[in-house]
Design a protein around this ligand. Structure first.
Ligand code: AMP
Length: 205
């Protein structure tokens, strides 16, 4: 089962991907996480990836797909996977399509105002990666491990708008492509995570 979750930043792809992963025993592969791991490396490529992410831009397609294919080649992906954040444009669709067929392209729709509201309130733990929403100054520590929280540079308003712009321009053509292939499923992301997951389960069953 090869599943790709498509949606604007903040549409809850990460949350849904984790839920699908747990229920269907499939690895959840976030290309954002793959990029952030690469960005930690003290190499020329690592520094380039970090700068690109921090500016709210996309990593070049060939590089992105080669990082992704390396991950999908691992044993745990043999029975399938859930992709969170990839493909993001037609070039990635084509590059990925050379090796992998997507069985379900699930498009999680969300309005622009809902995206900005959600993302500007997202904070992440430096130590364990736990995500918290709208923590007040009093709750400035991670609820799981007590470490300090930070806001991703690309979750700041200017970068958010840049990311929405990229999504509208590049990602939407893919939706038509997957529709023609008969594998597209659209769902409304403006609901609780449980409600959204309920809609996804109906598609996958
Ligand atoms: P995300 O966590 O999915 O919002 O991704 C964070 C950042 O990682 C993006 O803003 C891009 O810089 C990079 N990234 C993630 N997925 C892709 C992709 N499929 N293609 C290019 N860049 C990506």
């Amino acid at each position: 089962m090869h599943i790709a979750l498509i949606g604007p930043p903040g549409s809850g792809k990460g949350t849904q991907s984790a839920k699908i992963s747990k229920l269907y025993a499939l690895p959840s592969i976030s290309t954002g996480e793959l990029c952030r791991l690469e960005a930690k490396k003290k190499t020329k490529q690592g520094r380039f990836v970090k700068k690109t992410i921090d500016n709210g831009k996309l990593i070049p397609d060939e590089l992105m797909i080669s990082l992704l294919k390396r991950r999908l080649g691992k044993k745990d992906c043999a029975n399938g996977f859930v992709l969170d954040g990839c493909p993001r444009n037609m070039k990635q669709v084509k590059l990925l399509g050379k090796n992998f067929h997507i069985d379900y392209a699930i498009y999680v729709k969300l309005s622009e105002s809902a995206i900005v509201k959600r993302l500007s309130g997202r904070w992440q733990c430096r130590k364990c990666g736990n995500i918290m929403w709208f923590p007040t100054k009093k709750v400035a520590k991670c609820s799981k491990c007590g470490s300090s929280l930070y806001q991703r540079d690309d979750d700041k308003p200017t970068a958010i708008r840049e990311r929405i712009g990229i999504f509208n321009k590049l990602t939407k053509p893919m939706i038509n492509y997957y529709k023609k292939k008969g594998v597209l499923h659209q769902i409304d992301g403006n609901a609780t995570p449980e409600e959204v997951f309920g809609r996804i389960k109906k598609i996958l069953h």
